[in-house]
Every structure is written in C-alpha cells, then in structure tokens.
Design a protein around this ligand. Structure first.
Ligand code: SF4
Length: 219
C-alpha cells in the first residue's frame, strides 16, 4: 500500500505544520551556523546552544577564529564529543573560508567536518534555496517507519526523498526531523501524530500498541 502513496501530497500537512520553524541550534549568522553545526555532530543541540555564547564572545567572527589555534578552542568545546578534531576542523574552515564566494552545498562540503547533512542545515539557516534534503538521525528513524523507503543509509534516504519530492518541498527533511524530535521518537506517540493515516509502521505495529485516544493534539 505504501508504494501507492503520493508522498509529495502526503507530506504536505507535515510541511505546513513546521513551515519556517527555526532549527533548534540558535545561530544568528552564517559564521555561527557553521561553527554550531560542525560542533553538533554526535552531540545534542542543547549542549551546543549552552557553550556557544562563551565561544562566540571569545571568537565573534570567522576572521578571529582563523587566527586561533585548535588548542585555543579546547576550553570552550571540551564538553563536546570529538572536540579536538572539531576544533581542528573549525580553525581549518575559518582559514579557508571565503566570505565573497557563493555559499553552496559544493562549497561547504569541501571542508573537513561538513558533510551533506550539515551543509543542508547551514544553507537552510542562511535562507538559501535548498540544494538537498536534511537527513539527520531523526529523519533516518522516521522515513523507514513511514514507509517512504526501507533504506537506513542517510545518503540513500536523501536521494530517495529528492527523487519523490519536488524541489519546493525539499524542506521536508527539517519537517521530518521535527516530527522525529517531538512525536516519532524512539518510542513513537502514534496516536498524536498527524502522519498516522499514511504511516506503514502505524498500520502494522503502532495501531495495536497505541494507547487509547486521549484527544491530545500533536503539539
Ligand atoms: S504514526 Fe507513529 S511511527 Fe508513524 S510517523 Fe507518526 S509517530 Fe512515527
């Protein structure tokens, strides 16, 4: 049945629900976005939001970061997993970054520490047109549950989403991520979910396990 679902239509309510919602990383510039997204890999957004003010007070611009050594950053980022490598990547990015060059998926992914997911997030936060679809760990959990694809590899999930969705709906990645953060968590709350009418997991498993309807909305 899931193969018959037109996902470009089925995902519209989700896109509408989360349209324009800001990424949970509280970045206020492209510079801050790059730094925070690089630091956030394998860490939580909350941890990065907490350490960011002190880090940006010490290094307020890309230029100031370019003059630092990776070790200079350690006191600010030592609570983050893989912090030594991330500090090295950040200083490397700052030294190579050309503020006059167009900010694109290609220009961002040339840097160590920035993969497609990170680049897609940075472009979204910068208000640039989507060149790909954000596939983070939440999207990797939600998409197979919905039945859009059985793939669990982020690159293949992104390829699939890019194939089935028109470009103007490529913000679906962020919407799916919000759904995964709020409702479709490891233990999903299917009865509250606005996607449960089209969800393969809900049809097969979630419905039988779901708690009786509480009448709660999905927010
Ligand atoms: S219905 Fe359940 S499994 Fe399906 S997307 Fe919603 S929360 Fe996730």
């Amino acid at each position: 049945m899931s193969s018959k679902i037109d996902w470009s239509v089925a995902l519209r309510p989700l896109l509408k629900e989360y349209k324009g919602k800001k990424h949970p990383l509280h970045a206020h510039s492209v510079y801050q976005s790059i730094v925070m997204v690089v630091l956030s890999a394998q860490s939580t957004d909350d941890v990065i939001n907490k350490l960011a003010p002190e880090l940006f007070a010490a290094y307020p611009t890309m230029e100031s970061l370019a003059k630092a050594s990776p070790e200079d950053l350690w006191p600010y980022v030592k609570g983050v997993r893989n912090f030594a490598n991330k500090a090295k990547w950040l200083v490397g990015i700052a030294r190579q970054f050309n503020a006059d060059a167009p900010l694109t998926l290609e220009s961002l992914t040339q840097f160590s520490g920035i993969g497609r997911k990170s680049a897609n997030v940075i472009l979204r936060q910068a208000g640039k047109p989507a060149e790909g679809i954000i596939v983070d760990l939440h999207v990797v959990r939600v998409v197979p549950r919905l039945g859009i694809t059985k793939e669990t590899d982020p690159v293949k999930i992104e390829e699939r989403l890019m194939k089935i969705l028109p470009r103007e709906e490529w913000d679906a990645g962020m919407a799916l991520s919000f759904l995964g953060r709020e409702i479709c968590r490891p233990k999903p709350e299917c009865e509250k979910c606005l996607m449960n009418t089209v969800c393969a997991y809900y049809r097969k498993i979630g419905k039988s396990k779901a708690a009786p309807k509480s009448g709660a909305s999905h927010k």
